[in-house]
Design a protein around this ligand. Structure first.
Ligand code: ADP
Ligand code: GLC
Length: 489
């Protein structure tokens, strides 16, 4: 199959969270399965152009894209990765993408991704490459399916092209004032009350995608079910219910070439299930680097996360004192909302002997924490898939999670019914500080029972969440979308 994959983040070029990891890994796996894959992303000025050997493609010329009545010139760069046939195309438009950030709060945020979406289609035209599938991801690419049907419906190149839309996070919807629609030259009827793109008087990119893609999926089976409820659906549940027959859940995989303690180049000492004892060298080195004392018998709790409401840090806020009384040390890496940055800043000041906090985005440190911590904490309010806990399993860093979305699908908690052979972590269900503290106490308690702890570590490390299985499920999803597209003609 020919697959065009469009995303606003693609590792190693640009990443803000898990979407980057997925968009960096799934296309490579699809290519290994024999499919022809081209990936599209904006050329942000933060991308290390030389390191990644980006090359201008003069043969594709310059594309003039009309946004809000202005014409912008787009040039196209490309790059390949070693041992892969996937081609990465970068949409270069300095006016929109030289902002030092992937996402902004600028007033033309809608324009940035309208330009990107149009450019993806225009590049396909220049390449005269007719994909079977355009796989769109999250709101920044949410207008592509409608653009393709209406604005580019005249082009026979796309007469068989089906669209697949993956919801990585329903909380980010791309909501903009009505003008966004005029800026993109859509038929204004879609923006009127009851129109495909209208939601509560605004334009909503995600809703548009839900109603116009051939197939929709999200990144775990549990989240696919949760999305249909008002509690988790963030207003999209009714539209998703309309499309229930075309909605699937496919758990994300992880790239074990990047996230694997056996060969991770970032960490101090490599290790595997055969020499798990070496893990402690990573803990020692990490604590030294953080200026915290080392004690083999005190567990180190790691957090690596975007610091946003979704991730459940208000539970930590409500339980700070009890959590800090636990016999444990903490290392936190994250950035995001000021309220949580401030919370961790204060904790680091008040409990400086127990907790070290790095506020920012730091890829290398995230690996050091995965390898050096004993426990990985993800108390999310909701979690479409979550990758941190899956990496943690591989590193023998036992996850403590809230049982929701992908966390529920990947971590098997300790309970009376579960034989130790099956257990990979600790989980709590109720969204309350009390439930979180209870799970943390359980984990810290079991940490002192080395035999049990080792068994849980080994159980997690031997789980296989590699992309192969999930990529095969995507291929079946694509096949489904192709059939739906044929029926739509
Ligand atoms: P989400 O996509 O909601 O942020 P995931 O668990 O799916 O959650 O993915 C988060 C990814 O981003 C992981 O690869 C994690 O290591 C990484 N990450 C999050 N915050 C940071 C940070 N401050 N520095 C480095 N990596 C981070
Ligand atoms: C989102 C979700 C996260 C998921 C990631 C990749 O950002 O919050 O749970 O793992 O996308 O799909």
């Amino acid at each position: 199959m020919k697959i065009a994959f469009a995303a606003s983040e693609v590792f190693p070029y640009a990443k803000a969270g898990g979407l980057g990891d997925v968009a960096g890994a799934l296309p490579l796996e699809l290519s290994k399965l024999g499919h022809e894959v081209k990936v599209f992303l904006p050329k942000y000025n933060t991308i290390a152009e030389k390191e990644h050997k980006l090359q201008l493609l003069p043969e594709l010329g310059e594309i003039q894209v009309l946004i809000a009545g202005n014409v912008y010139t787009v040039r196209i760069y490309s790059s390949r990765q070693p041992d892969s046939n996937v081609i990465f195309y970068f949409v270069d438009c300095p006016h929109y993408f030289c902002r030092y950030e992937i996402y902004t709060n600028d007033k033309d945020e809608d324009e940035r991704f309208i330009l990107f979406s149009k450019s993806v289609i225009e590049i396909l035209q220049r390449l005269q490459w007719a994909p079977d599938i355009i796989h769109c991801n999250d709101w920044p690419t949410g207008l592509i399916p409608l653009l393709l049907r209406e604005n580019y419906g005249w082009d026979r190149l796309f007469q068989k092209t089906a669209t697949v839309f993956t919801i990585h996070n329903v909380a980010y919807q791309g909501k903009f004032a009505k003008e966004a629609f005029i800026k993109s030259d859509f038929d204004i009827k879609h923006a009127l009350p009851g129109g495909i793109a209208e939601y509560n008087g605004d334009i909503n990119f995600l809703k548009t995608a839900i109603l116009t893609s051939d197939i929709i999926n999200t990144v775990s089976e549990t989240y696919a079910r949760e999305l249909l409820t008002p509690e988790y659906g963030e207003g999209m549940n009714d539209y998703l219910s309309l499309r229930k027959n075309d909605l699937r859940g496919i758990l994300n995989g992880v790239d074990y070439n990047i996230w694997n303690p056996e060969k991770d180049k970032n960490i101090t000492s490599n290790y595997s299930t055969y020499d798990l004892d070496s893990k402690i060298k990573n803990k020692k080195a990490l604590l030294t680097r953080l200026n915290l004392s080392f004690n083999e018998n005190v567990p180190l709790i790691g957090i690596v996360s975007r610091l946003v409401e979704q991730k459940g840090f208000d539970l930590i806020n409500s339980g700070i004192e009890q959590l800090m009384e636990l016999n444990a040390q903490w290392v936190v890496l994250g950035n995001g909302q000021e309220v949580y940055e401030e919370m961790f800043r204060k904790m680091a000041k008040k409990y400086s002997k127990k907790i070290s906090v790095y506020l920012g985005y730091y890829d290398e440190l995230s690996h050091l924490i995965m390898a050096g911590a004993d426990i990985f904490l993800m108390p999310s309010r909701f979690e479409p898939c979550g990758l941190g806990q899956i990496y943690a399993l591989k590193y023998g860093t036992i996850p403590v999670v809230r049982k929701t979305g992908g966390l529920a699908d990947t971590v098997q908690e300790w309970n009376e019914l579960m034989p130790l052979e099956e257990v990979t972590g600790f989980a709590f269900y109720e969204y309350s500080p009390g439930a979180l503290i209870h799970s943390m106490r359980q984990a810290i308690n079991d940490f002192s029972n080395k035999k049990v702890w080792n068994k849980i570590q080994l159980n997690g490390m031997s789980k296989d969440f590699s992309w192969k299985k999930s990529a095969e499920k995507y291929v079946r999803l694509y096949e489904n979308a192709v059939i739906k597209r044929r029926d739509r003609v």
